[in-house]
Write a protein that binds this ligand. Structure first.
Ligand code: HEM
Length: 414
């Protein structure tokens, strides 16, 4: 079936709203049809633009004509009665002070404080610790005949490392997991009230969880990011108390769920492409190249929003000031104009300037960390368990589509 047939045979639906499992499992044919037929498409139902080509996406990410503070969007559901619920109020307050949602100069100020903890040199020094945690988890997993790669490896590894960086104990992994799940459910523009309520509830619980740790660092500073942020807040000019708390929450959520998906997508891609896996086993030095290709081929974050701050004409469409734009990063990463044979998983690909970490001033602060964790995860995994296999090739991916990764990944050790 050609992309055109798929496109005209269906009523146009925003991929970000689709929950149909067959689309979630295999979204790329529809995304290709969008790129070909409606690369900048106005979605009336969601009152926003959907952008699917590489060049347009990259242009928007780099352009000062598009900004954050998307909570100022005129269609944000914001009836007065929502304020009666502390959950909605908490979510609104917190997300407004996430650096992810800020514009300069506030964004520049907050990012400067947090950024040092994620500089490539700092991450390089963390590698032995990441290797240690990966080995430890695999020693436990390899005793079983089969195990869920996500529950036993891809989930606990980044959680242990972000816990170490921030300075929070990971003994509360289950609680952190459910808070983080509730918060990521609204990524991708899901504005269903029950989802917003659960996210707000998670924010309130996270605040209760983090506040005593912040108070502890005021009295007993340690060598962790929490202490750095507390000192910046006490300085009075670098970080407000609200910004301190909300950006801690952002780091726990943004830094975790995404990396879990990167690791599990990487393992799944390799197990589904045995010739690529064989090449990687022969040349483990390709680990970074594998991770780059996985980020492109199965992008863990599929969408990013911006608000136009002036009228902009892009590829023949007029985007009006105040309009919301959703860029489909995973679609841009499959654009044939940028990546020849874009639907082929090729770990030796050289032209790989993917947009999975976004671009411009909001480019992911944790990119070096995620890449290091991904590369160490697959190297350690296939060195420890060279005969690893999928239990079944029927893998369901998670909803919402905006965050891409398998729900569960059962593997056999022999
Ligand atoms: C594979 C893993 C990851 C992916 C795919 C990813 C993806 C992204 C993307 C696409 C953005 C920008 C969104 C936009 O432009 O609207 C972003 C921003 C961000 N990411 Fe990541 N991320 C990953 C891992 C991490 C990690 C490990 C951390 C930290 C521990 C982190 C923290 C952040 C923060 C704080 C921002 C906001 C940056 C800013 O607004 O200046 N991410 N990430």
């Amino acid at each position: 079936m050609s992309n055109n047939t798929v496109f005209t045979a269906q009523k146009l639906v925003n991929p970000l709203s689709l929950t149909d499992q067959s689309f979630i499992n295999e979204p790329y044919q529809l995304l290709a049809a969008f790129r070909e037929n409606a690369p900048i498409w106005w979605c009336e139902a969601n009152k926003s633009w959907v952008v699917s080509r590489y060049n347009d996406t990259q242009h928007i990410l780099r352009s000062p004509d598009f900004e954050k503070q998307i909570q100022r969007w005129k269609y944000t559901p914001n009836p007065a009665w929502l304020q009666w619920f502390p959950q909605f109020k908490a979510l609104k307050e917190t997300s407004a002070t996430w650096m992810l949602n800020m514009n300069p100069p506030d964004h520049t100020r907050v990012r400067a404080v947090v950024g040092r903890a994620f500089a490539p040199s700092t991450i390089h020094a963390l590698k032995p610790e990441i290797e240690k945690v990966a080995h430890h988890l695999l020693e436990l997993a390899k005793q079983k005949e089969q195990f869920d790669l996500i529950a036993d490896f891809a989930f606990p590894l980044p959680l242990a490392i972000i816990g170490l960086i921030i300075g929070i104990p990971v003994s509360d992994a289950d609680k952190l997991k459910s808070w983080s799940k509730a918060l990521v459910a609204i990524i991708g523009g899901n504005r269903a009230l029950p989802k917003l309520y659960d996210s707000g509830k998670a924010v309130i619980e996270l605040r209760h969880y983090l506040t005593p740790m912040i108070e502890d660092r005021r009295k007993n500073p340690q060598n962790d990011l929490l202490s750095v942020l507390v000192q910046a807040e006490e300085d009075g000019t670098k970080l407000s108390t609200a910004e301190l708390l909300s950006n801690l929450i952002l780091l726990i959520v943004a830094g975790h769920e995404t990396t879990v998906n990167l690791i599990s997508n990487a393992v799944l891609c390799l197990l589904r492409h045995p010739e690529q896996l064989a090449m990687f086993k022969q040349k483990p030095e390709l680990a970074h190249s594998v991770i780059n290709e996985v980020l492109r081929y199965e992008s863990p974050v599929q969408a990013a929003p911006r608000l136009a701050n002036k009228d902009v004409v892009l590829s023949g469409q007029t985007i009006k000031s105040g309009d919301m734009v959703w860029m489909l990063l995973g679609s841009a990463n499959r654009d044939e104009e940028q990546f020849p044979n874009a639907d082929v998983f090729d770990i030796t690909r050289t032209s790989t300037h993917h947009l999975s970490f976004s671009e411009g001033i909001h480019r992911c602060i944790g990119a070096s960390l995620a890449e290091a964790e991904g590369a160490i995860a697959i190297t350690t995994l296939f060195a420890t368990l060279p005969d690893l296999k999928l239990v079944s090739n029927n893998i369901d991916f998670q909803s919402p589509f905006a965050l891409r990764g398998p729900r569960k990944l059962m593997v056999r050790t022999k």
